[in-house]
Design a protein around this ligand. Structure first.
Ligand SMILES: C[S@@+](CC[C@H](N)C(=O)[O-])C[C@H]1O[C@@H](n2cnc3c(N)ncnc32)[C@H](O)[C@@H]1O
Length: 230
């Protein structure tokens, strides 16, 4: 399907954590009991307002593809779910503007039920949660792992915006090549009353990776994991 140049030189995660971060629960509880009051940036607010109109007018399910990178997964999910509106958000204009269409035109020809937009999810998530968007599925595929223990608050479950993240989506799917990231997210989710399970992703010969990062990790012989929160 894809003709991307995937090299198998992706480094395995290096971390100074033995397992789940020892202060995880304390950090999550702090965020669950204190409002995140950092002002919302004007750019993200105007991006949200424009997409909000589309969401309000949409009759079918809405899927959020957070940290979508080049938007490959956004397009593939849109193709697989023609009745859904799929919204891919990433803060990197460089990634969003990369023309991935030319790499797999046969897969996405005619697919137009998706939106790709640049926004900071620390703000965007709060607006989505506040507006109560009816998100059927919320994907966070291969978020930056921030594996150093001191950076736990840069991981989504350790961030001040976590209380909004966990409210979004009847189902949330995270993927990572670092199982501990998903274990931590699941513990944080349980503190809010949600539950889920972690499984290893295995790709059969006819299945292609859903994102460029997944492709790189598989090409490097790394294991990838899936967390489903329901
Ligand atoms: C490791 S990449 C994964 C990209 C894609 N999902 C994939 O698997 O190929 C993580 C992505 O998260 C995005 N990201 C990190 N922090 C973000 C934020 N605060 N708001 C929006 N996007 C963010 C980065 O720009 C990057 O594209």
């Amino acid at each position: 399907m894809t003709k991307q140049n995937i090299t198998g030189d992706s480094k395995a995660i290096v971390t100074n954590q033995d397992g789940v971060h020892e202060k995880l629960e304390q950090i999550v509880q702090k965020h669950l009991t204190h409002a995140f009051e950092k002002p919302i940036q004007a750019h993200t607010k105007s991006v949200f307002d424009a997409i909000n109109e589309r969401v309000n007018a949409w009759q079918g399910p809405v899927i959020l593809d957070a940290c979508c990178g080049v938007g490959q997964s956004t397009r593939l999910i849109a193709k697989q779910n023609p009745e859904a509106l799929v919204i891919g958000i990433d803060k990197s204009a460089n990634r969003l503007e990369r023309n991935v269409e030319e790499h797999f035109p046969e897969d996405i020809q005619g697919v137009d039920n998706f939106i790709l937009a640049r926004a900071d999810l620390n703000d965007f998530y709060r607006l989505v949660a506040e507006a109560n968007w009816p998100i059927a599925k919320h994907n966070i595929l291969y978020p930056n792992p921030w594996p150093k223990a001191k950076h736990i608050q840069r991981r989504w479950h350790g961030a001040a915006v976590f209380p909004s993240i966990i409210r979004i989506g009847d189902e949330i799917e995270l993927r990572s090549n670092w199982r501990v990231y998903l274990e931590e997210f699941l513990i944080a989710a349980k503190l809010t009353g949600r539950d889920g399970e972690i499984t290893e992703i295995s790709l059969t010969e006819d299945q292609t990776p859903i994102t460029p990062f997944e492709a790189k990790f598989f090409a490097s012989g790394q294991k990838c994991w899936l967390l489903k929160i329901h």
